[in-house]
Each structure stands twice: as C-alpha cells, then as structure tokens.
Design a binder for this molecule. Structure first.
Ligand SMILES: [Mg+2]
Length: 147
C-alpha cells in the first residue's frame, strides 16, 4: 500500500511545493489530489480514498480549521490524519488545531525535512510504524542486497 495524499491550499505554488517535498521524502505515494479550499477538499474525500491530508489554514470559502472540524464530526473520516502547513504560528491557533485533533503542525516557511518528520510521525500514529516502514525509502536498499 502506498499512501494517497490530499494537499489543500489556496496557493497553487504552495501545493506544487508541498507535492515536490513529499515526492522527495521517500514516502511512497499512490495518488496525489489537490484542493484550493476546505470545501473542495471535502468534495474530493467523497470520491477518493485518502490516507493523509496536508492542509493550509487560511483559505477562502472554507478554512483548514473548519475542514478539520467537519472531518472530526464524521464517523468514517474522523481518524484521517490532518497535518496543517500554515503561516498561522500563533499559540492560540496551534492550541485550537491540537484540541481539534490535528495530526501535526508545520509552520511556513518550512524546510523539507520538517514536512517529512511530521508526516512520518502522523502516518505512524495513524497506521503503525510497520506499515509506514514498508512504504518509505527506508529499508529498500537492504531489500535490493538480499536479491
Ligand atoms: Mg492560504
């Protein structure tokens, strides 16, 4: 199983950057999906299986906090890990995200390594370390040597 990832941000440039960082992280990706706001993100979730969401907070139509609130109110989607990637680094906003059950929090501007670390931690918490190890670059060299 590779992870299907939904990137939600109103900036197309930021979505492309986040996608690039994830591609370079060694985490195996099945499908990438993109949305420009929380509403579009929820629409994508209706038609696609998503394993983790990387989500902006400040967006028009529906912001990231409201999107997370909607997911947490849904029996099926409440366990889906949501990682915020945002310029909203205030203590109050971080506390609210944490209280709502965000799986991680990355402040913009970010370094690629931070996204990778926070993603791995969130994926391990949601799906177990073994599942994540099987779907990252880690260990693949050893496998090659065995053959
Ligand atoms: Mg934004």
């Amino acid at each position: 199983m590779a992870f299907n990832i939904l990137i939600v941000d109103d900036s197309g440039t930021m979505r492309a950057l986040v996608k690039r960082v994830v591609e370079m992280s060694g985490i195996m990706v099945g499908e990438f999906h993109e949305a420009g706001n929380g509403r579009e993100g929820l629409d994508i979730l209706e038609d696609n299986w998503i394993d983790v969401i990387l989500c902006d907070i400040n967006m028009p139509v529906m912001n990231g906090i409201d999107m997370l609130r909607r997911l947490k109110a849904n029996d099926v989607e409440r366990n889906l890990p949501v990682i915020f990637i945002t310029t909203e680094g205030g203590e109050k906003m971080m506390a609210e995200a944490r209280a709502l059950g965000a799986a991680g929090y990355v402040k913009k501007p970010f370094v690629p390594e931070t996204i990778k670390e926070v993603m791995l931690k969130a994926l391990e918490a949601a799906y177990g370390a073994e599942q994540v190890a099987e779907n990252t670059g880690a260990g693949s060299e050893e496998d090659d040597m065995d053959f």
